[in-house]
Design a protein around this ligand. Sequence first.
Ligand code: SF4
Ligand code: SF4
Length: 219
Amino acid sequence: MIVGTLKPIEEIADSISEFRKVLIIGCGGCVSVCLTGGEKAADGLALDLGHAGLYENGPPEFIVKNFLRQCEPDLMRAYLDIPQDVDAILSLACGAGVQTMVDVVKDKPIIPAINTSFLGALEAPGVWKEKCQGCGHCVLFYTGGICPITRCAKKLMNGPCGGSRNGRCEINPEVDCAWQLIIDRLKALGRLDDYEKILPPKDWSKDRGMGPRSMVFPA
Ligand code: SF4
Ligand code: SF4
């Protein structure tokens, strides 16, 4: 899922301060799961943004709505009802949702309230960790299901750098050494032979080097 964090309230207030009526739209997709984007978050944001001290000329008027998935343009065209008199829309979606709304709503500024952070998963109650960087060519089969691109600070593809101490990364001792995890996992699976396989140089053209990527279905 996509994980996002709410921008600082002062930054959001600054970005809407020139408008007098603002529609806040929560997104019921990924970012609602990490509690930054859903209906409750949108209501809470409207309350927080109502403080007069955040603005020179007083707060705008707010209308709050929630939309199931802001990254679905057809759904939005069919069901998103935008009052004509709002001056701007504050979106609690990820960057994909915000830009989809930009495509659909041509006549109003769409302002992000969330910093889109990473592709991750829940690790403990209230804690989400990054798991994938969407590199476009997954190597998890060779690495025991643990991503060296996301979880190794140096993105090493063929074994550890040698700096790991007590299973921790030399760059950030707060995190596990990805390669220690990979080796432990391969050992547990009886697949240490995979560790001996040399992966070819990574084809980064499948990553972000060629501009925005697309997927066409059926391929
Ligand atoms: S190898 Fe690439 S696609 Fe697979 S988990 Fe890592 S970043 Fe994601
Ligand atoms: S200590 Fe481990 S995780 Fe950190 S950079 Fe080296 S191999 Fe990667």
